[in-house]
Design a protein around this ligand. Sequence first.
Ligand SMILES: Nc1ncnc2c1ncn2[C@@H]1O[C@H](COP(=O)(O)OP(=O)(O)OP(=O)(O)O)[C@@H](O)[C@H]1O
Length: 672
Amino acid sequence: MASLFPSTLHPNTDSEINVALEMETRNPVQNKRGVDAFKTATVQRRSEDGVFLTWEDLYVTVSNGKNGTKSILQGLTGHARPGELLAIMGPSGCGKSTLLDALAGRLSSNIRQTGEILINGHKQVLAYGTSAYVTQDDTLMMTLTVREAVYYSAQLQLPDSMTKSEKKERADTTMREMGLQESVNTRIGGWGVKGISGGQKRRVSICMEILTRPKLLFLDEPTSGLDSAASYYVMSRIARLGQRDGVRRTIVASIHQPSSEVFQLFHHLCLLSSGKTVYFGPASAANEFFALSGFPCPTLQNPSDHYLKTINKDFDKDIEEGVPGAISAEEAIEILIRSYESSGRRQQVTKEVAEIRKQSYGEMERKRKRASFLNQCLVLTKRSFVNMFRDLGYYWLRLAIYIALAVGLGTVFYNIGDGDGSVQARGSLVTFIASFLTFMAIGGFPSFVEDMKIFERERLNGHYGATAFVISNTLSALPYLVLVSVIPGAIAYFLPGLRSGLQFFLYFALVLFACMMLVESLMMIVASIVPNYLMGIITGAGIQGLMILVGGFFRLPNDIPKPLWKYPLHEIAFHKYAYQGMFKNEFGGKMFPNHQNGDDILRNTWHAEMGYSKWGDLAVLLGMIAFYRLLFLGIVKGAEKFKPLMIKAFMSKKTTQVMVNPSSTPLHGGKL
Ligand SMILES: Nc1ncnc2c1ncn2[C@@H]1O[C@H](COP(=O)(O)OP(=O)(O)OP(=O)(O)O)[C@@H](O)[C@H]1O
């Protein structure tokens, strides 16, 4: 080995690092020892560059309602260091994802946490964008091809100091590293549309998060859905990322069933069972620990298979039935946990954590460099526009149904004329168009929810902020909303023969457009609060139903009961202004053949407020659009800023009352 790595103990250049890793990749078993020594020395030499993550006495509990609390993680202590790959392993449900979430500061709001998580020895908020997290689910834009998805991501995340071609180059290299070169032109796909495979989606997700070469990277089951060869290549590239371009990166990954080759790539191993540590330490020393604890790995068996089999109690009864004298998994786990707790390894980990705390590393960067706000808005608008164009359910289906409905309306109210009955018919027609035609915008809700999920993932990983998202979402929808309001609007306007004159049609189309925009904005607000298809559609439909009820047509404004229904509901329902604007447009200043005056009809039949013109109603509608969009932005930003604080306050209050380990301190202040 010495001849292969002449400077192993004192590595000097990045090319030596790459040669060493390449050797390990080609012949992992033979070169293991040399590479281990190399890794240790390298980590020591470069340690000041990266992110040290430590956690001590970490307890995580979830409230089970009336059944009290359930412990998910119990007293975990460990560390992840720059240049190292820490693997978290254990049976399904043992708490791997929860540990990753806790370390990344992303626990959900019903979860409480105590213990100390430090970044570079400081209690520091893990701000959006300072780390990257590849979650278990692949939330990707299904209408884009792999290449498009990664290119857009590169343009959003990489700083403006890089040229467009450099960004593309980085994206191409990363796709190649993840073995995606064959599928770059295939659409990602999703429900109902076949696209790339699950394993390829996994790699696209990883690709997007490693584009920026983050200093702290969390991966939740990066190899799920991959065959053993792909798992090895993906993991080796992730491991290589930890020591690439002269920067030491800290990588924490949960993983199921690594092959022995993949296992060789891990520097440290955290083995969990039911939320407790079975082993934490160098991956290469785990075999010895199991052997000393009375569970030696049989020859020729993959060590990780042996560890997981030993500590899996889910199928204990079935497996062990009829095997005389066999020790149960429950007992084996107890023995291993006790053995670890009393081992020198455990003391070593505590010592290492204390040493990291003692060092005065600088605080982690609060914000990383990324594309400028303007660039982000442009890229996001383009991406969203393409997505809306390709997703049939977003606008095209709606346009087709609106046209069919408009033809229906046009024939039912065909040529209504100016006779006695036409006043009621005109009123009913414009009311139907302003309420029920726009009501159907809730059909786009599933697409909004998908957009919100993608936004949530990208925002948490710091790709861009809420303002850029809201602006781009608004801009990209505009052309489609013009289409879906003007084409069906024209059919429903001219077939029945509503008021003639282009200026009247244009006003009508403007009000219709404003209503469509308002319903969309309302549904975006609902999607940001209730990210569930069924509940969101019901909530959105319910709110609109109420607004239509008090809008001033089904019950005339002067007849609406005063408290609540008239004030404030009638006043804040956008339908009031849409109906009034359309009525004024249709009847205002018009003389009917039977000598009926349009203004009198407005006053007496429709109880319209005559103190201001139809333009006043349109102005209110436009103001409401701005208000709804700002409200949406406020909710998204508020969730970003206040939720963690509220939860933190709530948790620190609870900590003193209920926590399993009262001596530990509350969370490190991550986003929840
Ligand atoms: N928000 C939550 N509310 C209630 N229970 C939770 C919550 N999060 C996690 N749990 C519970 O905690 C346990 C550990 O879950 P976790 O997802 O961390 O396991 P895991 O080891 O990652 O599992 P897998 O390998 O199957 O993904 C599970 O029993 C799970 O039901």
